[in-house]
Design a protein around this ligand. Structure first.
Ligand SMILES: C[S@@+](CC[C@H](N)C(=O)[O-])C[C@H]1O[C@@H](n2cnc3c(N)ncnc32)[C@H](O)[C@@H]1O
Length: 239
């Protein structure tokens, strides 16, 4: 089967379409406002003149953050398969200063369909997307590798299961009580119960994913953990 024709991925796309309208508010509430601090860490790799790809850009936090850092010099492509997420990203772009906004384009495409353009990217970023990509992870990472130029880098941010049993228990409790409460209030029956913890549980562990990046050809792979290991930022280079 073509990796782009994936029934599970279609369900995930529909789920994000339904969540899009209140996704940003949900993020701020559920992370206690910390999510943008973690994104800032990923954005440290952005500098003027770069071509940046934001994989699974959603409502555009990393794309817009990148555009601000480029100061009109460089280009950002935000890629996502959810039409509803992209509509919000485009609406947010219209409020950005014209110089930064001009550097950004949002494209509806599946992560499975990389590379997107012939010209490679200096940096491929992604925020909270990896856990959704289990089915065709190998094909997607190969596409990412081909999309990065030599000397270019990746920065992937996501939740992961914390290594400590105690922290893991507390995290699951927080996610499945407080966060689920916000989810029910904001999304009603569309809130995907247990999706966040289950997707983190079934995704590769930090060492396994770091190894996978090396197998795909990336070098200098590092995994920095934040929030007692709940959040991880993978960074690597294509030599
Ligand atoms: C949890 S959201 C994260 C959005 C944004 N990156 C952020 O930092 O808030 C995951 C996003 O990945 C997108 N996504 C998931 N699987 C995808 C795929 N296979 N191809 C393209 N986009 C995908 C979803 O539509 C959604 O917008």
């Amino acid at each position: 089967m073509n990796p782009a024709d994936n029934p599970e991925s279609r369900l995930i796309e529909q789920m994000f379409d339904r969540l899009a309208r209140r996704y940003d508010l949900f993020n701020r509430l559920s992370s206690l406002g910390l999510d943008n601090l973690w994104r800032k860490e990923a954005l440290k790799g952005v500098s003027e003149g770069m071509r940046v790809l934001d994989l699974g850009c959603g409502t555009g936090d990393l794309s817009i953050g990148s555009a601000r850092k480029l100061k009109g010099r460089g280009q950002v492509t935000g890629l996502d398969f959810s039409q509803a997420m992209l509509e919000i990203a485009r609406r947010r772009l219209r409020k950005l200063d014209p110089q930064s906004a001009a550097a950004v384009r949002f494209v509806r495409r599946k992560a499975e369909e990389l590379p997107l353009d012939e010209a490679p990217y200096d940096l491929v970023l992604s925020g909270f997307v990896l856990r959704n990509l289990t089915e065709h992870l190998d094909a997607i990472l190969s596409g990412v590798y081909r999309s990065v130029k030599k000397g270019g880098r990746i920065g992937f941010l996501d939740f992961t299961e914390p290594p400590s049993r105690w922290v893991r228990g507390l995290w699951r409790f927080y996610m499945n009580s407080c966060v689920a409460f916000y989810g029910k209030i904001l999304f009603g029956k569309d809130y995907p119960d247990f999706y966040m913890t289950k997707s983190a549980e079934r995704f590769l562990k930090v060492d396994e994913f770091s190894k996978k990046l090396e197998e795909k050809g990336f070098s200098k792979v590092s995994a920095r953990r934040f929030m007692f290991g709940v959040i991880v930022l993978y960074e690597a280079e294509k030599l």
